[in-house]
Design a protein around this ligand. Structure first.
Ligand SMILES: [Zn+2]
Length: 264
């Protein structure tokens, strides 16, 4: 099981083998119509980009991946552990109208609902149960990771849809990796408190600073939640500014990446 980079003209996006059977992708910044610092596949209307550009970018990506912009449901991300259950009624929230409530994760068992999670260094996690037919999409920065939002999404799929834990598959998308995620001790302290001594191998101390591996922390949460299969992207968003946006490297002069998943 692994990640694949898909190329279609200028468009590039990655997919995870373990999510095969669900329409899904992790975007890059390549292949869209946005300009300047949001060039080119910006998937969130802010930082100076227009709603028209963003909608066109969803159209381009969706044509390749297998959804239409009208099927998308955005999160309203605030580094919480809030997960909401969405249905067809929520389609259009984000692109056509405002998202009514704060959430950093979404789950659904409705076909044709494209869950969208945003990132530009933070960890995107997509979930898929091919047996019960249910999905989830989660935004896990270090705060969300410390709160165990990926595991809470698995719990919510079990609770809301009756999924069996071992049937659930997860993919951890491109995000800032240990090479580039340098922090003060508050970050490893919060993660150690939440995850216990098993998380120690996620940190490397260099002088007063730490290098933190959010992918392995989220993998630990997902393994503890009892999921069956897991793919982890090898890519670091901060290492590859030609392909990804990185908040750490670019601040607000950037666009947004998205992890997207939908049941056929
Ligand atoms: Zn890096």
């Amino acid at each position: 099981m692994a990640f694949q980079m898909n190329k279609l003209g200028a468009l590039e996006y990655s997919t995870a083998d373990c999510l095969e059977g669900a329409v899904h992708c992790f975007s890059t910044r390549l292949g869209g119509v946005s300009r300047d610092h949001t060039a080119s596949l910006n998937l969130f209307a802010s930082h100076g980009d227009t709603e028209e550009n963003v909608r066109q970018n969803y159209r381009i990506l969706g044509d390749a991946v297998g959804f239409v912009p009208e099927q998308t449901v955005f999160t309203k991300q605030r580094h919480t552990d809030i997960i909401r259950v969405v249905t067809k009624e929520n389609c259009g929230e984000g692109l056509d109208r405002e998202v009514p409530e704060i959430c950093d994760g979404q789950i659904t068992d409705c076909p044709g609902v494209a869950l969208v999670t945003f990132s530009a260094d933070c960890t995107p996690v997509l979930l898929f149960d091919p047996i019960r037919r249910a999905i989830g999409a989660v935004h896990a920065g270090w705060r969300g990771t410390a709160q165990g939002i990926a595991a809470k999404a698995v719990d919510a799929m079990v609770r809301e849809f009756g999924c069996k834990r071992e049937d659930i598959r997860a993919a951890i998308g491109p995000c800032i990796s240990r090479c580039c995620f340098e922090t003060d001790e508050d970050v490893p302290n919060a993660l150690l408190e939440a995850l216990g001594p098993k998380a120690v191998s996620a940190f490397i101390r260099t002088g007063e600073k730490y290098h933190v591996d959010l992918k392995s922390c989220n993998a630990l949460w997902l393994q503890r939640a009892g999921i069956g299969e897991l793919d982890i992207s090898p890519d670091c968003t901060a290492c590859d500014p030609e392909r990804y946006w990185s908040h750490r490297r670019m601040g607000d002069l950037r666009g947004s990446l998205a992890g997207i998943i939908m049941l056929k």
